[in-house]
Design a protein around this ligand. Structure first.
Ligand SMILES: [Zn+2]
Length: 191
């Protein structure tokens, strides 16, 4: 028999608006707290995604980013503040996320995602959140997630247009290569 999770008084307050939803409840909140999500990129897409996941109480967030914060990032990359300029993005992301919700553990990966590290990294998470800013990384994420059998929540933006989709070929849908068999020219993917 499954043991029901014990919530602290602080947690019952913090998540009360989730717990009162019959579709979430204590059982759903316990699932969120046990979940592990890997965010590729702590930039324009990764920032709001990570911030909301942390607010909701997703218990472990992995953040992959090799960059440091630049002042031009701050108009949209809401994990980072003026005082963080020059600091590694994974460090400011960790500080902001843990400041928002102390229940959330941030695993900072200050690396560039590559064929040599992607397999082991993906094996440790339940869901991959793709906020990458280049096509080569998107194909790498797709292929590694395909082999690992992990769903990818994919987002992309350009100026006033945005796209979001879930790629889960192991559940019967298309993969990223089915949707976009050929890599578009690099100048169509401004950073
Ligand atoms: Zn495919």
């Amino acid at each position: 028999m499954e043991q029901e999770r014990q919530f602290s008084a602080d947690q019952l307050n913090r998540y009360s608006r989730h717990i009162m939803l019959s579709q979430v409840g204590k059982k759903g909140q316990a699932k969120l707290l046990d979940a592990r999500v890997l965010l590729i990129g702590a930039g324009g897409l990764g920032s709001p995604a990570a911030f909301y996941l942390a607010a909701a109480g997703v218990g472990t967030l992995g953040v992959v980013d090799s960059d440091v914060v630049d002042v031009t990032n701050l108009q949209r990359q809401i994990l980072h503040t003026t005082a963080d300029v020059g600091r590694p993005k994974v460090e400011s992301a960790k500080a902001t996320i843990e400041g928002l919700n102390p229940d959330v553990k941030v695993e900072a990966h200050r690396i560039r995602l590559g064929p040599e590290n992607v397999g082991e990294l993906f094996s440790k998470y339940d869901v991959i959140c793709d906020g990458a800013d280049n096509f080569a990384t998107r194909y790498l994420i797709n292929d590694a997630a395909w082999f690992a059998g992990k769903p990818v929540v994919h987002g992309s933006i350009f100026q006033f247009e945005g796209q979001a989709t879930v790629i889960a070929p192991h559940l019967g849908g298309p993969c990223y290569r089915c949707l976009y068999p050929e890599q578009p020219p690099e100048d169509l993917a401004p950073g």
